[in-house]
Write a protein that binds this ligand. Structure first.
Ligand code: GMT
Length: 380
């Protein structure tokens, strides 16, 4: 198949899923065209069968807001036509779904029919999408897509509740590539960060309010009262300075390290003992899956789709959003007994294996075929 993928090329989970899916499809022999404004972060080396088309938005003094969506639509029309794409798969509804629908309409006037699949990732529904300034366009473009997937059952239900769409949505969960995410021997690194064999707690995110990183720091503040421990914070974003301030106020600067954005996050996860995800809302929790693949138990909130991944009492614990006290108690329970910790680590890995990329990518492939057949296009 000749597949067009539209996504955010940055570090966000939706861009990661889109890029890893595209790379996996390319390895399975499909031609995959990424159409974005910047080279996707994880498209970091040449892979056979992958192509990158940059969307350029020309600047004109009249534009206070450069019209990215219009430029994207024009580029989609161009790429679909000249690369003879069979299907367009857009990740994150805003503005990718409406752009693809508009491109499909333009192409139809030229007798070219391109099916559009929209994958919903989370905040495109739960935070941004339901905002009245976006909601009518989001609903229209979801309803008009030829196929729609969501990354969890929880997000599927949220889409019905918040956006009131009237169509079927297929759940295809996030996935993990074990050739990259698995526990690696990084003893020297562990020694450097935790010279006195401190327990290593880790959190990775894009440092947005929705991640409740202050809760992660407060949970850690309780842990460090009862055992030697360090907290590694990976990622960057608007909340970083607030969190740094909180660490200073709690006199925890010597125990907390801000590592910023990291490309080889699996190397760091490999030396850690526990992952924290106290998010306000989380459609799936890809960062937790990456941690579990590296054998980390997860203390998380029970928001959104996290319970579809983290099994409370087995792979970690689910707690109410904001319940720092219980999160800390459960973390200490897991960390204070070495055998128990090993048991949770093994269970986390076993659960992660249920989301192996090799199991999930064929589900996307089958869905492409189903949508192509529904649109009366030959499934190639
Ligand atoms: O908020 C983020 O972490 C980024 C966001 C995105 O769309 O880039 O992530 C969402 O998509 C991921 C991949 O499907 C999910 O695993 C995350 O749970 C989801 N984030 C939220 O729902 C807050």
């Amino acid at each position: 198949m000749n597949i067009g993928i539209v996504c955010y090329p940055t570090y966000g989970g939706s861009g990661v899923v889109a890029t890893e899916l595209g790379k996996a499809l390319a390895l399975r022999g499909h031609k995959v065209h990424f159409i974005t404004y910047k080279q996707p972060a994880r498209l970091d080396f040449f892979t056979e069968n992958t192509f990158y088309h940059e969307v350029y938005v020309s600047n004109y003094p009249l534009f206070d807001f450069p019209p990215y969506e219009t430029a994207l639509i024009s580029h989609l029309v161009d790429v679909v036509k000249f690369e003879k794409l069979d299907i367009l798969h857009v990740h994150y509804a805003i503005p990718h779904a409406s752009a693809a629908i508009m491109a499909r309409q333009i192409l139809a006037t030229e007798g070219i029919h391109i099916p559009v699949i929209t994958t919903l990732h989370g905040t495109d529904i739960t935070l941004v999408g339901k905002d009245p300034s976006f909601e009518p366009v989001v609903r229209y473009s979801i309803n008009q897509s030829d196929g729609v997937t969501s990354v969890s059952e929880s997000l599927r239900q949220d889409t019905f509740t918040h956006i009131k769409v009237s169509r079927d949505i297929k759940v295809i969960p996030n996935f993990i590539d074990f050739t990259r995410f698995s526990k690696q021997d990084r003893g020297h690194f562990k020694k450097a960060i935790a010279p006195n064999d401190e327990k290593l707690i880790v959190h990775t995110s894009n440092f947005r309010k929705v991640k409740r990183i202050d809760d992660a720091v407060k949970v850690f503040a309780e842990i460090v009262k009862v055992m030697p421990a360090k907290l590694l914070l990976i990622g960057d974003g608007p909340e970083r300075s607030n969190i740094e301030k909180l660490c200073r106020e709690l006199h925890l600067c010597n125990n907390i390290t801000f590592l910023g954005k990291q490309n080889q996050v699996e190397e760091i996860l490999s030396v850690c003992d526990l992952f924290l995800m106290p998010s306000e809302t989380e459609s799936f929790g890809l960062a937790a899956l990456e941690a579990m693949a590296c054998e980390l138990p997860v203390i998380s909130s029970n928001a959104g789709g996290i319970p579809e991944l983290n099994v409370s009492g087995e792979t970690g614990y689910l707690c109410e959003v904001g319940d720092v006290k219980t999160m800390a108690e459960k973390a200490i329970y897991i960390l204070s007994d070495e055998d128990r910790l090993l048991q949770f680590k093994a269970a986390a890995l076993a659960r992660a294996k249920q989301f192996d990329i090799n199991e999930i990518v064929p589900v996307y492939e089958a869905y492409y075929k189903e949508v192509l057949e529904k649109c009366n296009q030959p499934a190639l």
